[in-house]
Design a protein. Structure first.
Length: 441
């Protein structure tokens, strides 16, 4: 459910016209709805009301300071995977004491910074990492709070590039090795096991993989609780969202689409897991990224050209794979709608960007209303893993981001000033003093 809808034939984000935002800030432009972020957070929070719980927003999905602040103000904690993300949380006014730090490759500097910031827990992914944390905590005279990340060897039934919970993936510690590692941790003086964590993948749209994984992990936690004063179990993130739309099926709004009605909801997810996890008597953490931010953002882009070649129509827009890489990277589906609603014939077209790669597309063979140069399109559900995965490929500046709250809209990030892209680059002296050849007439 989100707050992007047509009002008098024009797409609006909450009470602000998307067309006006595009005119004021240019395109490509990310637009986020604060109300949608809040509603998704609150919906998840309510679904888990029966147990003590906490939500740690996955910063990797959308790390804009304004978005982080919206969530911090709602009482969210954060799931971070780098020093940079932890610093962002602090810069946004978030509390590092609500952060859990995941990732298989934490460097010494990152661990040290997190120790200094007194984060809530390190999600440990290997024995070597546990020992490294112990060593670094010893230097600071601290006992680092850690959670062992369990790999339950469960197929999340999602895209291969975002599945994390099997032994073919680099993540976590095999279920069978957890007891041994926990015993090892007990002998280390500068770590204390605060919890257990699990994350089996992303964009999971069925309840089953979560339940199968929980069923495997619960007995292990019960056993570990006997010897370790566990405080929490983090069930990870991964709750999928609806990317498929309703407009073609004739529904007025996206959430009325048949796909949306079949979607695994926060309520279903909790209804399955709460009865299994409640008897643990632990605080349950959740690490959602996409569920909160995915449908809370769109990427607005302008049509530059409509190019017909043989039987194909290419709608060439000013956003590209560097702005939103998900279609190129995961063959991801994103709904695309015109910012000014159009009736009339639908035309099958490829919506593509200007980057010199065939994978630079947003949609293939998609039926869209006929569009022309200058029209605005909205790429929907781009709030998670959109801007946060953007790059400067083709020396394209990072797009601007705007946050909308009711009738208010404010820049959450200015469009990158072009020379900033090469600001940190430098010509070595020996090149600078070599003369350029005379230019030819
Ligand atoms: N916790 C951990 C340990 C994770 O690795 C992730 C995501 C999350 C939580 C949040 O997962 P979510 O609730 O957003 O599914 N770039 C990909 C998604 C990569 C997800 C990586 N890990 C995409 O655009 O689909």
């Amino acid at each position: 459910m989100h707050e992007f809808k047509y009002v008098n034939g024009k797409l609006a984000c909450e009470n602000v016209s998307v067309d006006a935002l595009a005119r004021a800030h240019g395109t490509p432009l990310y637009v986020y709805s604060q109300g949608t972020l809040a509603r998704h957070f609150q919906r998840l929070d309510a679904a888990w009301a029966a147990v003590p719980h906490g939500i740690c927003f996955a910063v990797k999905s959308n790390s804009n300071l304004a978005v982080l602040r919206v969530l911090a103000n709602l009482g969210s904690g954060f799931d971070v995977v780098s020093e940079g993300e932890l610093r962002r949380v602090c810069a946004a006014g978030g509390n590092p004491g609500t952060c859990i730090f995941a990732g298989v490759g934490k460097t010494q500097a990152e661990i040290d910074y997190a120790l200094q910031q007194e984060i809530y827990a390190f999600n440990v992914e290997s024995e070597a990492e546990l020992e490294r944390i112990d060593r670094l905590a010893a230097r600071r005279g601290k006992a680092a709070p850690v959670a062992l990340r369990v790999n339950p060897n469960v197929d999340a039934l999602t895209h291969a590039k975002i599945t994390t919970g099997t032994y073919l993936n680099k993540f976590g510690i095999p279920l069978e090795e957890i007891r041994g590692l926990a015993a090892r941790a007990r002998r280390l003086k500068h770590v204390r096991i605060r919890g257990l964590q699990m994350h089996i993948g992303s964009q999971i749209s069925e309840a089953k993989p979560f339940a199968v994984a929980a069923r495997k992990v619960v007995p292990l936690i019960q056993e570990l609780k006997k010897d370790h004063p566990l405080e929490f179990f983090s069930a990870g993130g991964g709750l999928g969202i609806v990317y498929e739309a309703a407009l073609e099926s004739g529904a007025e709004a996206w959430w009325e689409s048949p796909a949306a009605r079949q979607q695994l909801t926060a309520v279903d997810h909790a209804a399955d897991l709460v009865p299994m996890l409640e008897p643990l008597g632990l605080r349950i953490l959740l690490e959602p990224g996409r569920f909160i931010a995915g449908n809370a953002g769109i990427l607005v882009t302008r049509v530059e050209y409509v190019k017909r070649m043989g039987s194909k129509t290419f709608v060439i827009v000013d956003a590209a794979m560097n702005d939103l890489v998900r279609p190129a990277f995961y063959d991801a589906y994103h709904e695309i709608v015109p910012v000014a609603a159009r009736n009339g014939a639908m035309v099958a077209c490829d919506v593509v960007g200007p980057v010199c790669e065939s994978s630079d597309y947003f949609a293939r063979n998609r039926r869209l209303p006929r569009v022309q140069e200058g029209d605005l399109l909205a790429v929907m559900s781009a709030g998670a893993y959109g801007f946060s995965m953007a790059s400067n490929y083709n020396t394209r500046p990072l797009p601007a981001e705007v946050l909308v709250h009711g009738r208010l809209a404010a820049v959450a990030r200015f469009r990158q000033y072009l020379p900033r892209i090469w600001e940190a680059e430098k010509l070595p002296r020996w090149l600078k003093f070599q003369r350029l050849p005379p230019t030819r007439p």
